[in-house]
Design a protein around this ligand. Structure first.
Ligand code: WT7
Length: 651
């Protein structure tokens, strides 16, 4: 086997999985007794209030249930239970954009969570099962509010702070949230920015479900207060008791909703469970990041994404680790910010996305050499495939050639990692997610459910239910079944399909080849083409639109829009149109969905039945030759016309 990078044994003193033999033993143990092995871990890892009676209930597949009858509380699992042994250990280390620092020990975190939980119950009448939308920046209160919801059994739905008022509104309405927790704003690149006005805008109409808004103070900027609706978190929480009884939750009670894009329609409210989710969050934290008691772990994601849920808040805290929360951006005040923080906090595990690595490589290639990065042991990447150039800079310039890079493959729906190297065990191939984690039966299959031959693309599926998998799409069970269990079958039974293609090589290593559906991966964030298209269609002069992904040097993929106008516009008006289109996208979705390229075309390539041939549009955007048969198109000549327009734009 060529091009393998072996773990540096000196860095790993007592890993949970020491070598590939131990990995294989665990995989075998699961193969021999799948449910029994999961139960073994559930018994070992979770502080149950009451033990479950059934490990896995498949009677209503694919609505699987795990650890049925079990009673627990996820906030108790993440915070209270650590008070016996770790009360004075740092739970959360916060670093603000402006350099502010704050440390919450497990004791302090327990008190804050309890006070906030009491506030939710007493001041906002939040009860078990109520939905609470959290629209917040990267400040410790975001984690405190998530845990406070868990403490009283409320279901949180965190909405990324970069989403627009429209996007926020859609998510509030879909979840029928009773309360929105936000902040006045926060800091970014040294300047204050605002979130509360976005909430005001979102609540203008259609959100009658929301009774109250709770506002955490972060930047102290002036905000408008709506009497009878808006309340100050800081004022309310200080009078609450720091003791709060944990709500006794069933294993399958929903812990949270998190909206993510699909290939069609509106974003889906991915619903996660309590027991199965927290079990896998904790197990993967321990296996994949080799978390040890004295470690300081930093994941640069935002709590608005699943990575922030599982690997900033729930996983690290369930494992009793110290987790860093960073409010700022990696390039402010300069491209050495992350490396400065690694040196200062002696970070042991650093977890980020390839897009950030490419950006820091490009804008600050020599920055890492200015800092002492020797504390690092595990470097993680997530969100998209990591290209060899970024991988090798990460490995050498950041890891000093001594750290293991864990290329973690997973999704909002999987709750936690499903394919990833184990840092002390797996010989790593660059840009390769390597092997399924023990317990995850991840298989690459073809349409008939057979494993695809070596080197050939197939569907990346998980063929057995696992504890942390998505339980439902909020309020839309049909869509849940169709979205994930409609495409792939094994032995005649529907299996979970990720939506990604993948390949296996002669050594059994898995490489993820990317989405097989109309989902674009922009900077590691999932964006549905249908969502962007429906935003663009809101422009009164747009007759038709098709959006595809195009490779982008930093973002991985950029958004490329083909627009057919209603009127006969001149080029100058087109420039105006591009601006107008992007401002609609900003309003409807947020700046993350802005188009990198917009081209105006006379028509789109459609089949006679009216289906847009996106594959042709993708090829043209990439500058690749067209291999599809165009003779079945309604108007085959359109392909040449579009090609020459795109070429003349010299994008
Ligand atoms: C999609 C999931 C998982 C948290 C961040 C994104 C892509 C994710 C990898 C990886 C190649 C990856 C897939 C997946 N993806 N990790 N290591 N290598 N592709 O979560 O927004 O739910 O997106 O991200 O296409 O389906 P998400």
């Amino acid at each position: 086997m060529s091009n393998l990078f072996y773990p540096n044994k000196e860095k790993f003193k007592a890993p949970l999985i020491k070598n590939m033999c131990e990995y294989k033993d665990l995989v075998d143990e699961f193969a021999k007794d799948y449910e029994g092995t999961w139960a073994k871990f559930a018994d070992m890892k979770i502080d149950w209030f009451e033990k479950y009676h059934t490990i896995l209930d498949e009677s209503n597949a694919p609505f699987y249930k795990w650890f049925v009858g079990g009673k627990l509380n996820v906030a108790y699992q993440c915070v209270d239970r650590h008070l016996k042994t770790k009360k004075n250990k740092a739970a959360i280390i916060f670093e603000g954009d402006n350099g502010d620092q704050k440390i919450l020990t497990y004791r302090e975190l327990a008190y804050e969570v309890s006070k906030t939980a009491n506030m939710l119950r007493n001041q906002f009448d939040i009860k078990k099962g109520d939905r609470v939308v959290i629209y917040m920046p990267m400040i410790p209160e975001a984690a405190v509010c998530m845990l406070a919801c868990a403490k009283i059994g409320a279901i949180h739905s965190v909405v990324f702070g970069g989403f627009s008022a429209e996007a926020l509104k859609d998510r509030i309405i879909d979840a029928e949230a009773k309360l929105v927790i936000t902040s006045d704003g926060a800091y970014r690149k040294g300047k204050p920015y605002m979130l509360k006005p976005v909430v005001d805008e979102a609540l203008k109409e259609g959100c009658e479900c929301v009774k109250k808004v709770c506002i955490v103070e972060r930047n102290g900027e002036t905000i408008e207060w709506v009497a009878g609706r808006d309340y100050s978190y800081n004022e309310l929480v200080k009078n609450e008791s720091s003791f709060c009884e944990s709500e006794i939750m069933e294993s399958e009670d929903p812990l949270f909703l998190l909206y993510t894009s699909g290939s069609t329609g509106k974003p889906k409210g991915v619903q996660h469970s309590s027991a199965g989710y927290i079990l896998w969050a904790q197990m993967t934290m321990e296996w994949v990041f080799d978390i040890k008691d004295n470690d300081t772990y930093w994941c640069t994601a935002d709590v608005g994404w699943i990575t922030g849920h599982t690997y900033i808040v729930y996983g690290p805290l369930a494992a009793g680790a110290t987790t860093v929360m960073f409010e700022g951006v990696p390039t402010f005040p300069d491209a050495g910010r992350c490396w400065k923080m690694v040196e200062e906090y002696k970070i042991n595990q650093f977890y980020t996305a390839p897009t950030a690595i490419r950006l820091l490589h490009k804008t600050g290639e020599h920055e890492p050499a200015k800092y002492d990065l020797s504390s690092l042991r595990v470097l993680g990447t997530v969100g998209e495939p990591i290209d060899p150039a970024a991988w090798s800079w990460y490995y050498n310039a950041i890891g000093g050639g001594k750290c293991s890079i864990v290329d973690t493959y997973w999704q909002t729906e999987t709750g936690g990692h499903i394919i990833s190297p184990l840092p002390a065990a797996t010989p790593i191939k660059p840009s390769c997610a390597t092997f399924p984690l023990p317990g995850i039966v991840a298989e690459i299959i073809d349409e008939a459910g057979n494993p695809t031959p070596i080197g050939e693309k197939g569907f990346m599926c998980v063929t057995k239910p696992w504890p942390s998998m998505i339980r439902n799409i909020w309020g839309d069970g049909d869509r849940f079944v169709k979205s994930y269990f409609g495409d792939c079958k094994k032995d005649g039974k529907p299996v979970y399909f990720t939506g990604d293609g993948a390949m296996i090589d002669e050594d059994g290593y898995i490489t993820i080849t990317g989405r097989t559906d109309d989902v674009i991966n922009v900077s590691g964030h999932r964006m549905g083409t249908a969502e962007v298209e429906s935003a663009i269609k809101k422009h009164s002069n747009v007759a038709a639109v098709a959006v595809v992904g195009k490779p982008h040097a930093i973002k991985g993929e950029g958004i490329f829009a083909y627009v057919v106008l209603k009127g006969e516009d001149t080029v100058t008006e087109e420039m105006q149109m591009v601006q107008e289109i992007n401002s609609i996208i900003k309003k409807e979705i947020g700046a993350i969905a802005l188009c990198d390229d917009v081209v105006f075309v006379p028509d789109l390539p459609k089949t006679r039945s009216g289906k847009i041939m996106r594959r042709i549009l993708r090829a043209i955007a990439k500058g690749e030759p067209i291999t599809q048969d165009t003779s079945t198109l309604e108007d085959p000549s359109i392909v040449g016309k579009i090609e020459s327009i795109v070429n003349s734009c010299a994008l």
